[in-house]
Ligand binder design. Structure first.
Ligand SMILES: *Cc1c(COP(=O)(O)O)cnc(C)c1O
Length: 442
């Protein structure tokens, strides 16, 4: 296979070639994404594949083989390419509206691969409310790789414009962010970045919404990536990362470190991810509907809720101008870290766990868990409230979820019980739960 001996010429966009320029029987086909239009709606495309399996297996076989015999064949070594992985990559390219998709061992492996496009002295512009793991990798690159990282408030295009220059090699965005649910204007920031440096790459981490709800490549991004560990797989039984681009040249450049370092997704994990993707639409629809009901319930009980499905979200219009749904992650504040800790401990259906996107509901305090790798001073500087609770909503019965949350709020003393039901706690006049001084909390 040419990939193990050296880079090959970029494949022409209008022909079905594999990642290394081989002419292959199309799989899946014919709804190849390279024409920019899917044949069917997304819910159909998620389950529709045409495989070229010799026995017409309905489920793509797991080619659990490290090597393939012969010379000059389509596959020779699984680090370079494997039929199960290729099938998954083509399926994803179609779903992500991309020319080419690549799958690796985790979401962070995607960012690792993508940042290998950087060279010392390059500048990366990114948000101040970034996923903890991304923050950690960028920090490492700034201390070990000569990369300059500029964290700014990406919800404000002026703050971004102020740091963009011809030295900007990469702009890394997330929308909405997690857990603050801040929305960034992907089209505006993409054009600002490309204006400042036409060679700069706009990268979007789309983990929070999945390709079912948002397609950053259609909004001006050069590369989109996401953690397949979350919504794409949906069952917390596999770790994976997927990245996609519409540029054949960029596709080759991203394939290089994957082949060179061996972070391509294993055949079995590729198969698991492919199975998960088939139910993405039904899971996401149900998770969103449940999330909306819970967001409304919390808001009506006086909590400050962050969820782009609520009209109260400060960037509601912007969010809906670029996404088709609000997702299933929301955050709320109680005004007290102690009360928040009690709520998390009292919830029964909601498992205490990091991560999200799974079929079961989760509860966490990001400052204690997923964002603990960001030091307290930085968390404060980035306005990450210490009392914030993140809920990641699953596909359970919504009545059970609301009951469980309610008993947790009551037991934690976050609401009071009256003969008519529960009521928000009384907050002194002129204050909201949000503005109460938390420093005197027991
Ligand atoms: C989980 C996550 C990642 C990292 O993905 P892994 O599969 O855990 O490596 C990156 N970005 C966001 C927004 C995430 O939630």
């Amino acid at each position: 296979m040419s990939s193990s001996t050296g880079p090959s010429a970029p494949p022409p966009v209008n022909k079905t070639l594999d990642l290394d320029g081989h002419d292959l029987p199309p799989s899946p086909t014919p709804s190849s994404p390279s024409n920019g239009k899917n044949k069917y709606s997304l819910a159909t495309e998620l389950v529709y594949t045409e495989s070229n399996d010799q026995y017409n297996a309905s489920s793509v076989p797991i080619y659990q083989s490290a090597t393939f015999k012969g010379e000059g064949n389509e596959y020779d070594y699984t680090r370079s390419g494997n039929p199960t992985r290729t099938h998954l990559e083509r399926h994803l390219a179609k779903i992500m509206n991309a020319h080419r998709a690549l799958v690796v061992t985790s979401g962070m492996a995607c960012l690792d691969v993508i940042t290998r496009l950087l060279t010392p002295g390059d500048e990366v512009v990114t948000g101040d409310d970034l996923y903890g793991g991304s923050n950690r990798l960028l920090k490492y690159l700034s201390t070990h790789g000569g990369i300059v990282v500029r964290h700014v408030d990406t919800t404000n295009p002026d703050s971004v414009a102020a740091v963009l220059s011809e030295k900007t090699a990469m702009v890394l965005l997330e929308s909405p962010t997690n857990p603050l649910m801040k929305v960034v204007d992907i089209p505006t920031l993409s054009s600002l970045a490309h204006k400042a440096n036409p060679k700069s790459l706009v990268i979007v981490d789309n983990t929070m919404l999945s390709p079912y709800l948002q397609n950053p490549l259609d909004l001006g991004a050069d590369v989109v990536y996401e953690s397949g560990t979350k919504y794409l797989s949906g069952h917390h039984d596999v770790m994976a990362g997927v990245m996609a681009t519409n540029s054949p040249e960029l596709g080759d450049k991203l394939y290089f470190p994957i082949n060179a370092s061996g972070c391509g997704l294993s055949p079995f994990d590729s198969w698991l991810l492919l199975r998960g993707i088939k139910t993405l639409a039904v899971r996401m629809e149900k998770q969103q509907a449940n999330a909306m009901a819970i967001a409304r319930y919390l808001e009506s009980n006086g909590f400050k809720v962050r969820y782009p499905g609520l009209k109260s979200h400060p960037q509601y219009d912007l969010h809906w101008s670029q996404a088709r749904g609000a997702g299933a992650v929301l955050a709320f504040e109680t005004g007290s870290t102690t009360i928040s800790e009690r709520i998390v401990a009292a919830a029964k259906i909601f498992a205490i766990s990091v991560s999200f996107g799974c079929v079961n509901s989760l509860i966490s305090m990001p400052c204690r868990m997923s964002h603990a790798s960001i030091d307290p001073a930085t968390r404060k500087e980035r306005a990450l409230p210490e009392d914030i609770i993140r809920l990641c909503i699953g596909i359970e019965d919504v009545g059970d979820l609301l009951d469980d949350l309610q008993q947790a709020l009551v037991r934690a003393g976050a609401v009071k019980i009256t003969p008519d039901g529960i009521e928000p706690l009384e907050v002194p006049e002129g204050e909201t739960k949000k503005t109460r001084d938390l420093t005197d909390e027991p």
